[in-house]
Design a protein around this ligand. Structure first.
Ligand code: NAD
Length: 249
């Protein structure tokens, strides 16, 4: 994938887990990465490791003005943004609809869905100017089947799948390629709770997964690199699981 030399990538959720691994994967391939997250600590770690090619801005993707400022900063850094990876997201602790407060519902939708909408709407116009761009949205197996989250999370991830398809429908002819990835059980801080108290929950998840194990975030980053590359040039509006076979059931 040496084609990433000189390419610029805008990644949300880059401070932790999957987003961090995606940022690092692009950086290792020679790309310049602009990371956005609410959490500065993880961004600082990347900055120390890749001082020349990594830049960042702290922002809440759910807040339009903060996204506007983050994109403004990125475009001061680079002439153009070639690749957008929307990964920032939060979980809902597997709550059923009856246990989902309106506040939790709004938090999950504002981050997982409205966040992607804000970031895309600020970056897409710049991609359209060059008639070239790739967008990879991080959905989930919860965007394909039930049980990967609670009511709000599953609904939000299905919304990301729909949004991805509509973007592909509307912009493929204009040079923009949009796809989503659907990770299964990935070992990140988001799932840290599953590994406490003897890791009973984590063991159950591994047993239920045909591959028999959790994945590392780098395994999701590998698919992201592929989808963003020209090798994936005819893949438009797809939602590709990286789930160890979870969704075959
Ligand atoms: P994580 O908690 O390790 O990382 C998420 C990052 O997003 C954090 O750095 C967090 O600060 C950031 N973030 C959250 N809300 C934000 C906001 N409003 N504005 C800016 N940044 C914000 O979790 P992860 O497991 O790496 O998850 C990344 C994405 O992958 C999420 O969208 C998640 O739903 C999805 N996903 C994860 C798994 C999994 O098993 N870990 C499975 C399927 C999908």
């Amino acid at each position: 994938f040496s084609e990433y030399d000189g390419k610029t990538v805008f990644i949300t959720g880059a401070a932790s887990g999957i987003g961090y691994a995606q940022a690092e994967a692009f950086l290792k391939q020679g790309a310049s990465v602009f990371g956005v997250d609410q959490n500065e600590t993880g961004l600082q770690v990347l900055k120390q490791a890749y001082p020349e090619t990594f830049a960042f801005w702290c922002a809440n993707v759910a807040e339009k003005s903060e996204v506007a400022e983050a994109v403004h900063q990125a475009l001061r850094e680079y002439v153009r943004i070639d690749i957008l990876v929307n990964t920032a997201g939060i979980l809902d602790d597997y709550k059923t609809t009856l246990d989902t407060t309106e506040e939790l519902w709004d938090d999950v939708f504002n981050t997982n869905v409205k966040g992607i909408y804000h970031v895309t709407n600020y970056i897409l116009p710049h991609m359209l100017k060059w008639e070239q761009g790739v967008i990879v949205n991080t959905a989930s197996i919860a965007g394909l089947v039930a049980g990967g989250g609670g009511a709000a999370y599953t609904a939000s991830k299905h919304a990301i799948v729909g949004y991805t398809k509509q973007l592909a429908y509307d912009f493929s002819r204009k040079g923009i390629r949009v796809n989503a990835i659907a990770p299964g059980a990935i070992r990140t801080p988001m799932n840290a709770k599953d590994f406490v108290n003897g890791g009973e929950m984590a063991s159950w998840v591994a047993e239920e997964t045909p591959a028999g194990r959790w994945a590392e975030p780098e395994e999701v980053a590998n698919l992201t690199l592929y989808l963003a590359s020209s090798a994936a040039g005819y893949i438009h509006g797809a939602v590709i699981p990286v789930d160890g076979g979870w969704t075959v059931k």
